[in-house]
Design a protein around this ligand. Structure first.
Ligand code: KE4
Length: 438
């Protein structure tokens, strides 16, 4: 598969953009080789600068749940663009998207639009700290909530620990107030509250951990977080940037029947344009400026083009049977991969929930980041490369989830599994036997 144009573009990009990319994971650092420069997408497929076609399971990391260049989204964005691109003043489109989000997520009585998931989580924890008067935030190892300083903490140690900076440039003072616990470990959470309970403003959690593969919450984990937060007067914030409108129409909170105090959204709600949001209880959200004292702002927050794309996407998702189709496609893929690995005697685990899935070269179960780190990175790297060569584009990192869209038909999944069957052989192919010495 030719990649000469991508190679040339990557060399040129590196001269003016750090790492040649505008977000690190795109650089293929975990899998090697040249990142494919994508020229266009349509439905479930994308084409790169060398004309190679791929069935796409990244979908811009989740937003493209309808598939690329969906006619309804393009029509809505064209209509909005014809009116102008941004006013820095309120527009009716923002009300319509806010009303759609509040109608879909009963726990969200008011919602503020921002431009990225990072802004959404950063603002939600500021509100939680203001509302409770407490400084600490409890998060989970392996969960990613964007790159705000206090949330960029290094991997934990398997028990409840104070955060350590996860990146140069993040002073210890910015992570000292972050408490980390292993995902799915309610005992560690209770320990943390036993030690710092009166100082913990909120628990921030991905209801499905999509940044260490696709790790599902164990039964009782999310309700247990709700219970502990209520016991200690802390707020429960669900980071649904990835799971919102991806796992179910009402998000993972509907799927797992847990009611957060605040919810962060992103990706799907922007329909592929820069939009995200945070929202929740009216008594909390009314503390945000200008009605309340808690400050947060954004030049392009609620941008009309992004609102149009998000609204068109949500309206298309309301169609009956949508989430059965998405869940069916993701499950067929995960189960198919599992069967292929079993046929070839490969240690492998795959999961799916709603329209998202994950897989790892690991016997499973994967219940936390410590487990996820045991993924065989070399096999993953070879599997990724062999899939790419066969026209299947999955996330270029073992610590990411995959996403299907309404444009992934059964025949696309079947084609993917055919490619995966051959790619799995390459991923675990025995090293060539050394030539017998004469
Ligand atoms: P953004 O600031 O990238 O819009 O959102 C941050 C964020 C917040 N919360 C969750 C659960 C997220 O998954 C993300 C961002 N997701 C990654 C992929 N796992 C975005 C891809 C990238 O970083 O390029």
């Amino acid at each position: 598969m030719a990649s000469s144009r991508s190679k040339r573009l990557f060399t040129r990009a590196r001269r003016s953009i750090p790492g040649g990319v505008n977000s690190p994971v795109r650089a293929f650092g975990s899998v090697g080789g040249t990142p494919r420069f994508i020229e266009r997408g349509r439905g479930c497929r994308i084409w790169d600068a060398d004309g190679n076609e791929y069935i796409d399971y990244v979908g811009s990391w989740g937003p493209l749940i309808l598939g690329h260049a969906h006619p309804a989204v393009l029509r809505a964005v064209r209509a909005a663009t014809a009116q102008g691109t941004s006013f820095g003043a309120p527009t009716e489109l923002e009300i319509e998207l806010a009303e759609a989000i509040c109608a879909a997520l009963p726990s969200v009585q008011k919602v503020r639009m921002v431009s990225s998931g990072t802004e959404a989580t950063m603002s939600a924890i500021r509100l939680a700290r203001a509302a409770t008067g407490r400084p600490r935030v409890l998060k989970f190892d392996g969960c990613y909530h964007g790159h705000a300083d206090s949330l960029l903490v290094g991997a934990g140690s398997g028990v409840a620990t104070l955060g350590i900076p996860g990146s140069p440039g993040v002073p210890a003072a910015m992570t000292d107030l972050t408490v980390q616990a292993p995902y799915n470990d309610l005992d560690a959470v209770r320990d943390a509250f036993a030690r710092w309970g009166g100082e913990i403003a909120c628990v921030l959690v991905e209801p499905v951990a999509g940044n260490m593969g696709c790790v599902l919450p164990e039964p009782g984990f999310l309700p247990g977080l709700r219970e502990v937060c209520d016991e200690h007067g802390a707020l429960l914030i669900l980071d649904e940037v990835m799971t919102g409108f991806r796992v179910a129409w009402g998000g993972a909170q509907r799927h797992y029947r847990v009611r957060p105090d605040l919810t962060c959204l992103g990706k799907v709600v922007g329909g592929g344009l820069p939009a995200a949001a945070y929202g929740g209880r009216r008594d909390l959200m009314d503390q945000m400026a200008p009605d309340g004292p808690v400050y947060q702002a954004g030049t392009l927050s609620g941008n009309p083009l992004a609102m149009a794309a998000g609204l068109a996407t949500l309206r298309a998702l309301e169609a009956p049977g949508t989430y059965e189709r998405l869940a069916g496609a993701a499950a067929r893929l995960a189960e198919g991969l599992q069967h292929i690995a079993a046929d070839q005697g490969v240690e492998f685990t795959a999961t799916s929930v709603g329209g998202m899935f994950g897989f790892a070269f690991h016997p499973g179960p994967i219940r936390c980041f410590e487990d996820a780190q045991k993924n065989d990175a070399e096999r993953f790297r070879r599997f990724f490369g062999a899939l790419l060569e066969r026209g299947v584009y999955v996330a270029p990192s073992p610590y990411e989830a995959g996403f299907v869209s309404l444009a992934h038909r059964p025949k696309d999944v079947a084609e993917t599994l055919e490619a995966a069957r051959a790619a799995m052989k390459k991923a675990v192919g025995r090293a060539k036997r050394p030539r017998a010495s004469r």
